[in-house]
Write a protein that binds this ligand. Sequence first.
Ligand code: DAH
Length: 344
Amino acid sequence: MADASTDLALLESTATTELKDCADELSLRAWNTKYFGDKGEMNTALKALGTLPKDQRPAYGQAVNAVKQRLISAKDQKEAEIKEQALLASLSANPIDVTLPGRAVSAGNLHVATKVMREIYSIFADMGFQIFRSREVEDDQTNFELLNMPPHHPARDMWDTFHTTTPGVLLRTHTSPGQIHVMKQFAPNPVRAVLPGMCYRHEAVSTRSEIQFEQVEGLVLGPNVTMADLKGTITAFARRLFGQERQVRIRSSYFPFTEPSIEVDIDWPKEDPNADRLTKGTGWLEIMGAGMVHPTVLRNGGYDPDQISGFAFGMGPQRITMLKYAIDDIRQFWKNDLRFLRQF
Ligand code: DAH
């Protein structure tokens, strides 16, 4: 017993001294293995129990446990000290300036194209139009044929596009095929709808033309819808968007899907220093194509042209946005240059 307890006292004092010398987590871990690992000194000390006479075992066992508890709590304390020191060391090596303002979380903003689209929707919504979404990947039939452009119709030249590997499936060149979808869904009932969305064309890209751009199509169908309704609707729209004093001018034009067809201009404020450039000296600016829906198109959509008439229009909101915000290059819209997008 004398031997064993002397050994135990020595073990505790050595372990305590060594623990004091531990300066970092690595040496602490080594110390832990040495004393508390499977083959560690505490286990060895415990095994010595078996070599003692029976009557000495309980006292020795208690003594071993007491040493173990003291060493463990000393170790926990040391561990906390080491962690604290490591933290202080790293704080003084890489000081944090708590007075610096935090990094602002950027809230972002709507794309200028989205803003103008929403403005357009709300103007038409006030006039009782609903928004109708229509597919961007179309078939030749809907994009052209049902709009009164049979396969070799010369008007197709204006709307060259991107074809998919499936014959007859293409990226729509305008939102007008949406008219067919609307008609098929609502015939023979009256309709007031605007159809916004992306369109695609094979174009020589320039400051005025992109291979992708948005359009907003409008379609109104009902008994006794006339050209006067078209003029009234477009005038109300143009004045809401560009100012109540705007004058609207219509010119005769041609589209296969309307008869008669028109193009719509607004007068541009003469005070604007860009007026001359924008209007090419005429004072007038084209904002859309429009017309009375062609009887063939009405029939293709499931309406009886003797009962129902209607008007349609199509405009390019990017062009309108360029006017409103004096943007001089249409390619900016889909470039995703934040320096451009953040201005609006
Ligand atoms: N789809 C024509 C285009 O892309 C625009 C257009 C003209 C739409 C007249 C219409 C319309 O609905 O009536 O150039």
